[in-house]
Design a protein around this ligand. Structure first.
Ligand SMILES: Cc1cc2nc3c(=O)[nH]c(=O)nc-3n(C[C@H](O)[C@H](O)[C@H](O)COP(=O)(O)OP(=O)(O)OC[C@H]3O[C@@H](n4cnc5c(N)ncnc54)[C@H](O)[C@@H]3O)c2cc1C
Length: 395
């Protein structure tokens, strides 16, 4: 690493932050450091839980379930991840499900998953970057004389990348002296986009991880669900061809359910945990036709994603950057709520910073404003038939 090379601090080790840092390093800006809160690993909303139940370790994807590819730039990243055995094509059957009707298979969708849970993706990307995990950045300060950012007690950096959203990013940049950047990080929460809102809006989603003692034969592996409480169900055990005794499913709530049952996500009251578990299991039984009395789970765990997915996104640009202050933001909410959206945003910001280093001093995305998104509750799944991936090797 060259000591005279500009340094970059990336706050957030989700897909957008990791891709941004990896691309910066590839462009020669290797003096880039990612800070992430993740205690076990980075990845943010693209992560998995490995849960030991009665001596067996089970993979549960507790946010991202699968992803699609529609942009050639993202296809390149996915090809790289494939060569590193971090992703594979998922041949599971995905359907649309509505109570009282036959499951309707989703056509023309090439789905990808991690090789050992979605966690394989950030795990692979983080091997390309300098990462400091289990770190919560609380304060950043721009010194306009030396033109550097102080990042808590982690030192001074030439560039700052904010690669996370929610209350934390809103607070972090509120007094940063860059109101145009803070404007894009101001946030509100709710299941339905307020008309004419100019502020980022995020929904909340509950997730139930459930293990059954017996295999449940439904004829599909994942389903987008039309139900007041449930928006997605997915089978983790078959997805990862696990030869375990228990059969693990992920059930994800609707946005309305997330809002109705919202509590502080770090301190979920036991009574709420019980209520949400009960309601989501009821929802699962209703849409699949399972008999709740005969199918008793061996294990359940609920989790609330308070800042789950954006309902609006930046118009026309994939990231934002304030040239006078060497600060940029990237994340899914600037493109589209999915792995591809997050990756493209990180990639775009890396290119902008590289150009800035080379003398191109232009602001990006600061005047663009936000537009409503139409997606599934769990995110978007953009497809492009001309990009169907034919991997030479399957894992
Ligand atoms: C329940 C659920 C299901 C989903 N399902 C799918 C799906 O099936 N397919 C799909 O493509 N997408 C899905 N998505 C969307 C997908 O997860 C996101 O679009 C993507 O992961 C966003 O990545 P990101 O880098 O923008 O943000 P994040 O993943 O949120 O990354 C931000 C990171 O910053 C860290 N951070 C925050 N504050 C600080 C701080 N102060 N200091 C240091 N670090 C900090 C966080 O811990 C986190 O690791 C789902 C999302 C949810 C919630």
């Amino acid at each position: 690493m060259n000591r005279n090379e500009p340094s970059v601090a990336v706050i957030g080790g989700g897909i957008s932050g990791l891709v941004c840092a990896a691309r910066l390093s590839q462009l020669g800006l290797a003096n880039t450091k990612v800070f992430d809160t993740g205690k076990r690993a980075p990845g943010g909303r693209c992560s998995s839980r490995y849960i030991n139940i009665c001596g067996e370790v089970h993979i549960f994807d507790h946010a991202v379930q699968f992803f699609t590819v529609s942009d050639p730039r993202f296809a390149k990243i996915v090809s790289f991840l494939h060569t590193k055995k971090a992703v594979k094509v998922w041949s599971g059957k995905i359907v649309k499900l509505k109570k009282g009707t036959e499951p309707n298979e989703v056509q023309d969708l090439q789905a990808f998953i991690g090789t050992r849970g979605m966690q394989s993706i950030p795990e692979c990307l983080s091997s390309l970057v300098q990462l400091e995990g289990n770190v919560w950045i609380n304060n950043v300060h721009w010194d306009s004389v030396i033109k550097k950012w102080k990042v808590d007690d982690h030192g001074w950096f030439d560039y700052l990348v904010v690669a996370h959203n929610g209350k934390c990013a809103d607070r972090l940049m509120a007094d940063s002296g860059v109101p145009q950047i803070h404007n894009l990080l101001r946030v509100k929460f709710g299941p339905v986009l307020s008309p004419k809102t100019s502020v980022m809006q995020l929904c909340s989603l509950w997730v139930l991880l459930v293990a059954f003692p017996n295999k449940i034969e439904l004829g599909y592996d994942g389903a987008f669900v039309e139900h007041p409480n449930v928006s997605w169900i997915g089978n983790n055990t078959d997805k990862y061809s696990a030869e375990n005794n228990l059969h693990c499913w992920t059930v994800i709530s609707t946005k309305n359910f997330g809002a109705t049952h919202k509590v502080p996500q770090e301190h979920i009251p036991p009574s709420k945990e019980k209520e949400v578990t009960h309601l989501l299991l009821d929802g699962l039984a209703e849409v699949t036709g399972l008999d709740r009395k005969t199918v008793t789970p061996s294990f359940t765990k609920v989790q609330l994603w308070g800042a789950a997915n954006p309902l609006n996104a930046l118009k026309g640009e994939e990231c934002a950057f304030k040239a006078s202050h060497n600060v940029g933001i990237c994340g899914d909410w600037l493109v589209s709520p999915c792995i591809e959206g997050a990756a493209l945003s990180g990639l775009a910001l890396a290119e902008v910073i590289d150009k800035h280093v080379k003398g191109e001093r232009t602001d990006v995305g600061l005047q663009s404003g936000l537009a409503p998104l139409e997606t599934e509750a769990i995110g978007s799944f953009p497809a492009n038939k001309s990009l169907i991936f034919k991997p030479a090797t399957q894992y």
